[in-house]
Design a protein around this ligand. Structure first.
Ligand SMILES: *Cc1c(COP(=O)(O)O)cnc(C)c1O
Ligand code: SF4
Length: 345
């Protein structure tokens, strides 16, 4: 029994050890201690000094062991490590990098509900995640403010029911799959009762970091609902998609659920042609379509991940020359206040 309290706000109650799901156990045993990570990855201690103050320290290290196992031991520049390892760079204040880069605050109709784009509403179903990505654009999201999950859910859902324009509900976060299958299933049932809603989308990174999260119960729920369900995962590098993760995603695809990937263009992680080409090829190999390649949202603490748009445009143009059209992601940028994501290439 226990409560996982995350720095971003919400706490996630684990069920009793007996009833605990495998993925919850894996999450509980995730690496949070930087010294342990240094030991496990045999990193040189001098390159692994952690910032103890400021921005970086407020968003602590969190990485499940299975994800760690996909990193190359001894390599301080490993692209998977770079996504999770706190650096001093995060404490630098850089002009133009703020706490709400995509204008979530102004698009919030009810607490936790973001209605920015026509026909679709997004619900921040959980402030917690299974991994802490250093470049995360929601790292400053005020998850802990306002009403709790069920109150916010009910209030916003009533608005969805009153608005026939809305045809799609997106469960996002944080990571919505931090919630139990029982809660996810109940939420989906409630959305399905609103007759004008046709689609249910889940934005999640959990299947990429803990494949066990794709439980038979989750797959059943997504398959059984009258809504068309889609799952959008988040992988940035082909090496994240090992055999086990491919198997987890195949459980969704085999059930007839479209699985799309969104990646973020990140300096030192995937900002070169060959890495992006391998990511696309690996995704289509495992029947996941590359959906978006995001230009980094300019969130405070993430400036060192930024890649110039001109570089991104060139990279995507090169991809287009050598890959089938369905394997080329749309390169997009989210401008605060814009009616849709802006296509860069
Ligand atoms: C990205 C996003 C969506 C979904 O946009 P699509 O282009 O349909 O993928 C919806 N709401 C918000 C707030 C978003 O950021
Ligand atoms: S899983 Fe998504 S929401 Fe969570 S830290 Fe990573 S990028 Fe941010």
């Amino acid at each position: 029994m226990g409560t996982i309290v995350t720095p971003t706000g919400d706490s996630v109650r684990a069920t009793s050890p007996a009833g605990e799901m495998e993925w919850q156990r894996i999450l509980r045993e995730a690496v949070r201690d930087p010294d342990e990570l240094v030991r496990l990855l045999q990193l040189p201690a001098h390159g692994a000094r952690l910032p103890r103050t400021g921005e970086a320290a407020r968003f602590p290290l969190l990485v499940p062991r299975g994800y760690l196992a996909r990193m190359v031991p001894g390599d301080i520049h490993d692209p998977l490590l770079r996504q999770v390892w706190p650096l001093d760079d995060e404490n630098q204040l850089v002009d133009g990098f703020g706490t709400d880069p995509v204008g979530d605050a102004t698009a919030t109709t009810e607490p936790r509900w973001i209605h920015k784009y026509e026909g679709r509403v997004l619900f921040v179903a959980s402030g917690a995640c299974a991994v802490h990505c250093r470049y995360c654009f929601r790292r400053h999201f005020p998850y802990a403010d306002g009403p709790g999950l069920s109150e916010a859910w009910r209030a916003g859902l009533a608005q969805v029911a009153d608005d026939p324009q809305i045809s799609e509900v997106i469960l996002s976060g944080g990571d919505p799959l931090m919630l139990s299958d029982r809660i996810v299933s109940r939420m989906i049932e409630e959305v399905a009762q609103i007759s004008h809603v046709q689609r249910l989308r889940i934005h999640t990174r959990l299947p990429i970091v803990i494949g066990e999260r794709v439980t038979p119960a989750l797959v059943r729920t997504l398959k059984a609902t009258r809504l068309t369900s889609l799952v959008v995962v988040h992988a940035n590098h082909a090496r994240e998609l090992d055999h086990e993760i491919a198997g987890a995603l195949a459980r969704l695809v085999d059930a007839g659920i479209p699985v799309l990937n969104q990646a973020v263009l990140l300096r030192g992680v995937n900002d070169d042609f060959e890495t992006l080409r391998q990511l696309s090829l690996r995704l289509v190999q495992i029947r996941v379509l590359p959906y978006y390649l995001h230009q980094l949202d300019r969130v405070r603490g993430a400036a060192h991940f930024e890649v110039p748009v001109a570089v991104g445009e060139r990279l995507v143009a090169e991809l287009r020359k050598c890959l089938p059209g369905y394997a080329v992601p749309r390169y997009v940028f989210e401008r605060a206040g814009a009616p849709h994501k802006e296509l860069l290439a």
